[in-house]
Design a protein around this ligand. Structure first.
Ligand code: HEM
Length: 117
């Protein structure tokens, strides 16, 4: 059970890597754009996150306040990706503030996961 949980955690981290990596590629190329890979990363991190939010394969209590905050941040990122792709279809790019918020919120969720004990 514990090994399976670690596999799901690995999948969760792959989702994070896809989302943040896809965002970082756009950032270094100075393109204010949202891409399909960001959506896939969010989906993978979200699905695996939900699986990890249930208390199986562990002997300690989960911090549900922390998990709730992560869920809210995930929904905010999802909303920004949705608004971003609609704007992009209309104008060809997304507003810089919206683009940067996606990266900052992604990093915030990883920070919450690692630093909030
Ligand atoms: C963009 C969204 C997200 C990012 C970047 C992210 C990032 C991370 C990272 C880096 C870890 C590893 C932390 C560690 O092992 O110390 C982690 C663990 C975890 N995440 Fe997320 N996460 C996201 C969304 C979510 C969501 C939506 C949920 C639940 C609804 C969630 C639930 C969890 C849980 C329960 C763990 C701990 C696993 C364990 O200790 O067994 N995550 N997350």
């Amino acid at each position: 059970m514990e090994i399976l949980r670690h596999v799901v955690l690995l999948v969760h981290l792959v989702g994070f890597a896809l989302l943040f990596g896809a965002w970082a590629v756009e950032a270094v190329n100075r393109r204010y754009a949202v891409t399909r890979l960001m959506n896939y990363g969010l989906l993978v991190a979200g699905v695996a996150g939900f699986a990890l939010a249930a208390p199986w394969g562990i002997e300690y209590d989960l911090n549900y306040v922390k998990i709730g905050v992560k869920l809210v941040v995930l929904l905010a990122i999802g909303a920004l990706l949705g608004i971003g792709s609609a704007r992009q279809r209309r104008n060809g790019s997304v507003p810089p503030a919206l683009f940067w918020s996606i990266g900052v919120l992604t990093l915030l969720n990883a920070g919450i996961a690692v630093l909030w004990r």
